[in-house]
Design a protein around this ligand. Structure first.
Ligand SMILES: [Zn+2]
Length: 367
């Protein structure tokens, strides 16, 4: 069960729903997933009870317990023990340490259990073959997706491992793609990013994207479904239109320190929650983008960035009024988000010391 966690390897997934699978095969896959779920929950319970949060490979006697209890192969038992171990380990790292209940049926299948080949014939593009070793023997024909084709076109390698699962009644398979991490850029600009969604995603090099997201959110009806998925996809699109070529360091606000309500324009509780979700999603997308582009992402405490004048380097809480920034000391005016993005750029340049130290070391005064 060699699984090398290689930090220089980037991983992405692309999900395919098995809508075209015939009933008989679908039944077999569902049964297999249910079995895997039960075995994994058994291991989760066992590790939790033993207070084994190491995520290390289970011993052979432990593996054999599930093998005998559930009548599965040693290899499958081993694979499921490993996933359960990782689940327990990551749960134990969280603040609320409660024993995980596996809600979703998801299993990672290594090359012992599965192969992926181009489909021979018409109507499909891929053939995922379950090849035994504890998994059933079964061919699953699949149509390719835009995402899969795009990843391959962008030079990602298809991994021999897949994930398979059942969610809300639908079977799916995740293809996993890998790529060597490119080294961090050695030259380019430090750029800050700020966003409150009313104005989109604002970069201090004057790029602005995603201005259509806020109007779209306002158009959502109460209880409308799939709004999160739609916004996420809009964010993804928006980031695609950013020119990353000259950016070496991207400086953003630390999500944990973004105050409730600071994101500004959302008044009701639901909207505030949505805006937090948005920011988190945006940060996740940015992290991935930066990884792929070799851009260093730095996360800064946003303390006072919106009230700090990037022209005369003074702080004053009177400087910000809604969307406008106007410095009460020097009269400098700009859009509040541009000013905040610029301050984040300064924070990026200030490195670990933070803005106050950086600027005071430049012998500036503060209001
Ligand atoms: Zn000023």
């Amino acid at each position: 069960m060699a699984s090398i966690r290689n930090k220089n390897l980037l991983k992405r997934t692309a999900r395919v729903y098995l809508n075209d699978l015939n009933t008989g095969k679908s039944q077999v896959v569902r049964q297999f997933l249910c079995q895997c779920h039960d075995v994994m929950q058994y291991f989760v319970d066992l590790f939790w009870q033993r207070k084994d949060f190491s995520g290390k490979l289970a011993s052979l006697p432990t593996v054999h317990r599930a093998k005998d209890k559930f009548g599965i192969t040693t290899r499958l038992s081993q694979a499921l023990a490993k996933q359960a171990g990782e689940c327990v380990r990551s749960q134990h790292k969280k603040d609320r340490k409660r024993k995980p209940q596996l809600r979703w049926h998801t299993v990672t299948l290594f090359y012992h259990f599965v192969t992926i080949e181009p489909f021979k014939g018409n109507g499909f593009d891929w053939c995922v073959k379950l090849i035994g070793s504890g998994a059933p023997k079964l061919d699953i024909p699949l149509k390719s997706t835009k995402m899969i084709n795009q990843r391959l076109k962008d030079g990602w390698q298809l991994s021999k491992t897949i994930r398979m699962g059942l969610r809300e009644g639908r079977l799916w398979i995740d293809f996993i793609f890998e790529k060597e991490r490119r080294p961090l850029k050695t030259e380019g600009k430090i750029v800050g990013m700020d966003s409150n969604y009313k104005n989109g995603v604002v970069f201090s090099d004057f790029q602005v994207v995603g201005e259509t997201i806020y109007p779209r959110i306002q158009g959502f009806k109460k209880r409308q479904k799939n709004t999160h998925a739609e916004i996420k996809s809009m964010l993804g699109h928006a980031l695609k239109s950013v020119d990353w070529s000259s950016i070496q360091v991207l400086s953003i606000e630390d999500l944990k320190k973004v105050k409730h309500g600071k994101r500004g324009t959302f008044s009701r509780v639901f909207n505030r929650r949505l805006s937090h979700w948005l920011y988190r999603t945006l940060v996740q997308l940015l992290e991935r983008k930066c990884e792929e582009e070799g851009i260093q992402l730095v996360v800064k405490d946003p303390f006072k960035t919106s009230q700090f004048c990037s022209c005369c380097n003074r702080w004053d809480r009177r400087n910000r009024k809604g969307d406008r920034f106007k410095c009460v000391h020097c009269g400098y005016q700009s859009h509040a988000d541009h000013n905040a993005a610029h301050n984040l750029e300064l924070l990026g340049a200030a490195g670990v010391y933070g803005l106050r130290f950086y600027l005071s070391s430049k012998r500036q005064s503060f209001g």
